[in-house]
Design a protein around this ligand. Sequence first.
Ligand code: ZN
Length: 283
Amino acid sequence: MRLVNLSGRAHLISRQGAIDIAKASGGRFGPDPMDLFPQWPEFRSWAADAPWDGALPYRTADLHAPVPRPRQVFAIGLNYAEHADETGLSAAPQTPSVFTKFASSLTGPAGRITLSGSSVDWEVELVVVMAQTTSGITAADAWDHIGGVTVGQDFSDREVQMRGQPPQFSLGKSFPGFGATGPALVTPDEVDRDAPLRLRCWLNDELVQDGHTGQMILPVDVLIERISAVCTLYPGDLIFTGTPAGVGMGRVPARYIADGDVVRTRIEGIGEMEHVFIAPAAP
Ligand code: ZN
């Protein structure tokens, strides 16, 4: 199942088009995408027999964040060894570095984002969406609590992130639009968990990141075990699971996003996002 947020209303999509969930279910589910999570098992079984004959075409420009208002957003730093290495921050930490992207940073899979400065960087990431209230679970049970996955971008202002000691990961990664997700929440049954998912990012059509989820130091199930040992996770919560190598700060010289640059972010089998960066308006 692929779930999208079309102009604020939850829809199912397939090759046939999009179905408005509230309309198709006679008001039982939705229309707000956040309304689905408290009834997730019931919604999943209804969606399995959704009436695709009513599907309509849709515009990707109308897609918003599939989970627009999560209660919590977790993010993992340095979860790929080559990326940990290129940042110079730490060599392959076995304890996950956990921070948040504040909810005001969330945006959808397309559109314009204002540059916060001259050191804005890209980070393609797999984002996990929780579907159940989760506390103190083991890695073996973690996937049963996951609603789906989506494509994420953990855009990062390196100057703000690295200002001060210790660094400010959460602030440097929370300017408006810096938490991009979409285009769809893809349920786990559509993903082969044993096959690594290829993650790529392009800056103006130049491939800058090309990794796969098999390179994670701590895989998704272990991340959920570690986080849920401390925090209760709620349905709709997001976890940005870290980025592979190839970010701008790891280059010599460092390279960052400029006015007019286009960032394309893709996870094979999940989807693709495209964002255009613009300079702030003159004061
Ligand atoms: Zn990241």
